[in-house]
Design a protein around this ligand. Structure first.
Ligand SMILES: Nc1ncnc2c1ncn2[C@@H]1O[C@H](COP(=O)(O)OP(=O)(O)O)[C@@H](O)[C@H]1O
Ligand SMILES: Cc1cn([C@H]2C[C@H](O)[C@@H](COP(=O)(O)OP(=O)(O)O)O2)c(=O)[nH]c1=O
Length: 189
């Protein structure tokens, strides 16, 4: 089973993944962007937000995803795979940029992934107040510096992206305690 955890920055994705790692010690734990050797280099470029072209940025994430599917996901489809982000992030962030139409977003992702998508995705959903608090506690990268309203619009866009990609999305209240969230996720797995 291929599972992904989605949510905007600071929603608690990596926290939940490290909890799930304890519960499923044999699971393949992975992430987008940057799980592979090439992906690490792509990650450095995109997170610095240096690309002037939004299309270039989108294609870099897509290249990372293609490598991730080939190197990490495909060889492990018989195992439990738990990923920090997925194609849903790719579509959600790109929808907000508005440079590529919905159909094209889906077909480009189909091309990159050979239509291998997570079986189930959990969206850790934050309130504006909690997001503001968590961002204030953190050194921000280039994308996070785009602001609170931007990130909240991405959170909505994640729901649209899951529908477009036809992926089952389970919304979880990310303001709950770490343990409550983990329990909810395990219950649904
Ligand atoms: N359920 C929670 N309640 C309160 N704080 C949390 C919770 N989950 C994570 N955090 C804190 O929020 C911050 C961002 O969490 P993190 O897991 O790094 O998010 P992400 O990987 O989604 O960016 C960290 O300081 C983390 O300790
Ligand atoms: C996978 C993906 C991520 N992103 C963005 C979301 C995040 O801001 C960033 C990835 O950062 P991430 O690894 O989630 O960072 P953090 O550990 O700080 O939460 O890239 C896209 O814009 N498109 C994509 O396709």
């Amino acid at each position: 089973m291929y599972i992904a955890i989605e949510g905007i920055d600071t929603a608690g994705k990596s926290t939940q993944i490290s909890e799930l790692k304890k519960i499923y010690p044999d699971a393949v734990i992975t992430k987008e962007p940057g799980a592979t050797e090439v992906g690490k280099e792509i990650r450095n470029i995109v997170l610095s937000a240096r690309a002037k072209s939004k299309k270039a940025e989108f294609l870099l994430f897509l290249a990372d995803r293609a490598e991730h599917i080939k190197e990490v996901v495909k060889p492990n489809l018989e195992n439990m795979i738990i990923s920090d982000r997925s194609a849903i992030s790719g579509v959600a962030y790109a929808l907000i940029q508005g440079k590529i139409d919905e159909k094209e977003l889906v077909s480009l992702n189909d091309f990159a992934t050979d239509k291998i998508y997570p079986n189930k995705v959990f969206l850790l959903k934050l309130t504006k107040e909690e997001l503001e608090f968590r961002l204030s506690q953190k050194k921000l990268d280039g994308i996070e510096l785009r602001g609170v309203e931007y990130l909240l619009s991405i959170q909505e866009s994640i729901i649209t992206a899951a529908k477009l990609l036809n992926i089952k999305l389970i919304e979880v209240d990310a303001t709950k305690s770490i343990k409550e969230i983990t329990d909810e996720i395990i219950e649904s797995i």
